[in-house]
Write a protein of this length. Structure first.
Length: 265
């Protein structure tokens, strides 16, 4: 029963952070998303230091720290970009359209809270099951750390390239390999989280929760790449340079020959 109580605490923390979505609904899935993961990671660390889960290993605290680093980096980057970049604010407004009804926001608020707890549940289940650290956990940690680094580099490179060429998508450095390296980094991060708990899950409920959460985040990333491509096609679709780049560069997974997620003319 206490395990469910702790999941309820994480859920309440996520809902508290995601209240920002009532100001602008897209924040449920952006700023609220990153900060929710960070707060859940911090809560796990505090509970660990309080001795609630017994004696924890270095691997546990590294994983908590990765949640905090991941969340603050993502939401911090999004906040700074929105505050400083007028062009991005315009693009964001065009992409999100008009505000949605309050009851829709309320549904999104609860749904996102559940999703963010489910995404981090693999680490929570290791705590609940009193499983120690393992080689599999460290492999997952390494994958997640690489994902964070990749996302950070991709965001920095994109900002630099857009500053030089605001009239064109980023096409250099990581963007030569894949058109959405930041989304790929996101998938890697959650792949690491999922891998890290494969040796500690107990019962069908834990397995279903972890697997569904992973499938959902991968789907969300592909859906995000699809919507981004649609906006780019509307803006740059008649540009030969963009068409040549898009037709030869994988959209989200490097080396995987999937170049478009939208129907091409």
């Amino acid at each position: 029963m206490w395990n469910w109580t702790h999941l309820g605490i994480f859920f309440a923390l996520s809902l508290l952070v995601c209240l920002c979505g009532f100001k602008k609904y897209v924040y449920f899935m952006s700023i609220g998303y990153g900060f929710s993961v960070a707060v859940i990671g911090a809560a796990m660390a505090v509970m660990g230091l309080m001795g609630i889960y017994g004696t924890l290993s270095l691997a546990h605290y590294v994983q908590f720290a990765l949640f905090v680093i991941y969340g603050f980096r993502l939401s911090g980057f999004l906040l700074i970009r929105e505050i400083k970049n007028a062009a991005y604010r315009k693009t964001l407004a065009e992409a999100t359209g008009s505000e949605v009804p309050v009851f829709v926001k309320f549904f999104m608020w609860l749904t996102m809270g559940v999703l963010y707890v489910a995404q981090t549940s693999g680490v929570a289940f290791r705590l609940f099951n009193e499983a120690g650290s393992s080689a599999i956990q460290w492999v997952g940690i390494a994958i997640s750390a690489f994902g964070i680094i990749l996302e950070a580099i991709a965001d920095k490179q994109k900002s630099a390239q857009k500053a030089k060429r605001p009239d064109m998508v980023a096409m250099e450095q990581l963007y030569k390999i894949v058109r959405c390296p930041n989304y790929f980094g996101e998938i890697l991060f959650w792949t690491g989280v999922t891998v890290s708990c494969l040796d500690c899950l107990v019962g069908i409920g834990q397995w279903i929760t972890v697997i569904i959460a992973y499938i959902l985040i991968v789907f969300i990333m592909f859906n995000g790449a699809q919507r981004l491509e649609k906006r780019q096609m509307a803006r740059y679709g008649n540009n030969p340079e963009y068409k040549a780049y898009a037709d030869k560069t994988p959209i989200i997974i490097p080396l995987l020959p999937v170049y478009h997620l939208n129907k091409q003319n």
